[in-house]
Design a protein around this ligand. Structure first.
Ligand code: DX5
Ligand code: ZN
Length: 224
C-alpha cells in the first residue's frame, strides 16, 4: 500500500493569518494543499476562489489539490491555468453533463485530473473514464461545509472502490477522502485503501492542538 499523504484543507485556515498557516503547513511537510472552491449553486456555500489559489501558488511550492464544487466546471477551467503538472484539479461527476470533456480539458492544461463523488454517487459510474483520471475524491460528508460528521457508508465505498480499481489494473489511481477526516476516522480510511487525506477541522486544524502537533499526530495515524 502506498504511503498515506496529507492535503490540509485551506478553507479551515485562520483566514486572517492564512500565509502564516500555509508556511507552517509547508514546514510540517504537507504533501498537498487542498483548496475548496464553491459557487453557492452546486453547494450552498461560497468559500475560496481562483485568486486565493493563485496567491497560494505564489508563496508556496507545495502541490495544490484544487476541489471544484461548482456547476459546469468546464466553463471555468481557464481561471486555473496557473496550475502545473504536480497539481491536481478535481471536478464533481454530478456537476456537469460533460464529465469526460471536463477531465480531458484538465489533462490538456497539463494538470492532473481528479473526479469527486458525492456520498450517494456510485463509483461504478467511473467505468468509462478510467483513462481520464489520476485521482478519485470520495466525499465522506455532503460537500459544502467543514465541521460535518463522516457518513459511515463511505468507508465501505472507499474499500470497494480500491478493490474495483485493482480488478481493472488501475491501482495507480489515487483515492482521496474529504470530510471529517478525524484522527479516529483516518485509521479506518487508511485501512479501507485511501491514499490522500483531506485534513480539516477534525484533524490538522482541530482546536485541541497546534497545527504542528495535529499534523504530526495525523501523520502517525496514517503511517501504519
Ligand atoms: C466539504 C469540505 C470539507 C473540508 C474539510 O465540502 O471539502 O470536507 O475540506 O473540512 P472538515 O475536515 O472539517 O470536514
Ligand atoms: Zn474538498
Amino acid at each position: 500500500m502506498r504511503e498515506g499523504k496529507i492535503s490540509p484543507s485551506l478553507m479551515c485556515v485562520d483566514v486572517l493569518n492564512a500565509a502564516d498557516n500555509i508556511r507552517r503547513l509547508e514546514k510540517c511537510g504537507a504533501d498537498y494543499l487542498h483548496i475548496d472552491i464553491m459557487d453557492n449553486h452546486f453547494v450552498p456555500n461560497i468559500t475560496l476562489g481562483p485568486d486565493f489559489a493563485q496567491a497560494v501558488r505564489k508563496i508556496s511550492k507545495v502541490p495544490l489539490d484544487v476541489h471544484l464544487m461548482i456547476e459546469k466546471p468546464e466553463n471555468f477551467l481557464s481561471q486555473y491555468s496557473f496550475l502545473g503538472p504536480e497539481d491536481i484539479l478535481s471536478v464533481h461527476y454530478e456537476a456537469t453533463f460533460h464529465v469526460q470533456k471536463a477531465l480531458a480539458a484538465i489533462r490538456g492544461m497539463g494538470v492532473r485530473p481528479g473526479i469527486a463523488l458525492n456520498p450517494a454517487t456510485p463509483f461504478t459510474l467511473l467505468e468509462h473514464i478510467l483513462d481520464d483520471i489520476e485521482l478519485v475524491l470520495i466525499m465522506t460528508v455532503n460537500p459544502g461545509f467543514s465541521g460535518q460528521k463522516l457518513i459511515p457508508a463511505t468507508l465501505e465505498k472507499i474499500r470497494r472502490l480500491r478493490l474495483w480499481l485493482e480488478e481493472r489494473g488501475r491501482n495507480s489511481v489515487l483515492i482521496a477522502a474529504d470530510g471529517n477526516v478525524s484522527f479516529e476516522y483516518a485509521a479506518h480510511i487508511r485501512q479501507a485503501g485511501a491514499d490522500l487525506f483531506i485534513a480539516g477541522s477534525s484533524s490538522v486544524f482541530s482546536p485541541t492542538g497546534s497545527i504542528e502537533d495535529n499534523y504530526a499526530r495525523l501523520k502517525n495515524v496514517i503511517s501504519v
